[in-house]
Design a protein around this ligand. Structure first.
Ligand SMILES: *Cc1c(COP(=O)(O)O)cnc(C)c1O
Length: 358
């Protein structure tokens, strides 16, 4: 098999060791004589996996005891609706900070439910930057303030978060959860579809502060209530057991790497290899994001012309680089360097970029 360097934007690379371990016990999980996929979600063997994944996330992200970790379905996209459905009440306003396509999509869903406002946006510069914290507009009627911590498509990332107390801060961390340490206490809710940094698709992680579970949500369908899932430890109905099992394998791997601090160090090293190839190219490659807003996870760049982008992408593909096409909405090139992408892949990409330019 020829070497493949996986820079897919999502679903994306998983740690090889996590896949190998899953393969080893694929047909006989924990001496049950069955695959983990064939077990009841009420069995003690499955419940142990489920609980270990919750506990590992709490440990790795230092999640305080007054937060619950939930495993839901419907992707980050269903969170765009679940949040306003329960928290956007009459006379309240959902405050959205726009930094890219995903924040726009979150806003679009909230508009279907209630009143919204845009407390900050970098749309006018093509989402090359993150708003200045001092420029954000907060309002006393905010039901919550919503942001996207990493902008998967444009390649920008918040480096600091607004410190607010008038309303819960809610973050879509789908494409950068576990890439660096965060202070969970700054947030009321953090959510993330698993398929970028946590595991395969199918499970969405929600970290929610307990006081937000006390809202009156009697109007909300059972499956869309956070309460339902919090009260049953995400076992109200059949959870995506295999996705949670793989998530647990990935979390074990993160711990073996030395936890989130060690992962962050690797991510900085990886991203630097590629950003250096851009910065040292005398303008042959240009980054989309302003330098101070650059993402550790999605590196977006262009060659001088659209024709050049195409040629570069075609040659890269021949050399085994997968997933370097920019998102269909913005074009150009994008290297997604999520946690599980090895340093070696980034080294190879840097070498390729330098050689191609020459
Ligand atoms: C990928 C992505 C989503 C969409 O996630 P789904 O699980 O496909 O719904 C939402 N937000 C961000 C920031 C993403 O990167």
């Amino acid at each position: 098999m020829k070497a493949v360097y996986n820079f897919n934007a999502g679903p994306s690379a998983l740690p090889k060791i996590a896949l190998e371990r899953a393969q080893e016990e694929f047909l006989n999980f924990a001496n049950t004589g069955m695959s983990v996929m064939e077990l009841s979600h009420r069995s003690k063997e499955y419940e142990a996996v489920h609980q270990e994944a919750i506990d590992s996330l709490k440990e790795l992200l230092k999640i305080p005891d007054n937060y619950k970790v939930l495993f839901l379905q419907g992707g980050a996209s269903l969170q765009f609706s679940m949040i306003p459905i329960q928290f956007l009440k009459e006379n309240k306003v959902g405050n959205y900070l726009l930094t890219g396509s995903w924040s726009e999509k979150a806003l679009k869903e909230a508009k279907l439910i209630g009143e919204t406002t845009i407390g900050g946006s970098t749309k006018e510069n093509g989402y090359r930057s993150i708003p200045d914290l001092s420029s954000l507009q907060m309002n006393e009627h905010d039901a919550y303030v919503h942001l996207t911590s990493n902008n998967t498509i444009y390649g920008t990332q918040w480096s600091h978060f607004p410190d607010i107390s008038h309303a819960p801060l809610i973050a879509d961390m789908s494409s950068d959860i576990l890439c660096r340490p965060i202070d969970v206490e700054q947030f009321g809710i953090i959510y993330a579809g698993a398929q970028k940094n946590l595991g395969p698709s199918g499970v969405t992680v929600v970290i929610i502060r307990e006081d937000l579970l006390n809202e009156d949500v009697s109007h909300v369908p059972t499956m869309l209530k956070y309460q339902t899932h919090a009260e049953s430890n995400s076992l109200y109905h059949t959870p995506p057991t295999f996705s949670i099992y793989m998530l647990n394998q990935v979390l074990r791997w993160v711990k073996e790497q030395g936890g989130v601090n060690a992962i962050e160090k690797q991510n900085i090293e990886k991203a630097k290899l590629i950003y250096d190839a851009i910065d040292e190219s005398n303008g042959f490659y240009t980054g989309h994001a302003d330098k101070e807003a650059r993402s550790l996870m999605n590196i977006t760049f262009n060659l001088p012309t659209e024709e050049d982008n195409k040629k570069f992408l075609a040659q890269a593909k021949e050399f085994g680089f997968v997933g370097l096409n920019g998102h269909r909405s913005v074009g150009g090139c994008r290297a997604s360097t999520y946690n599980a992408v090895p340093v070696e892949a980034c080294l190879q990409l840097r070498e390729f970029m330098n050689a191609y330019r020459k």
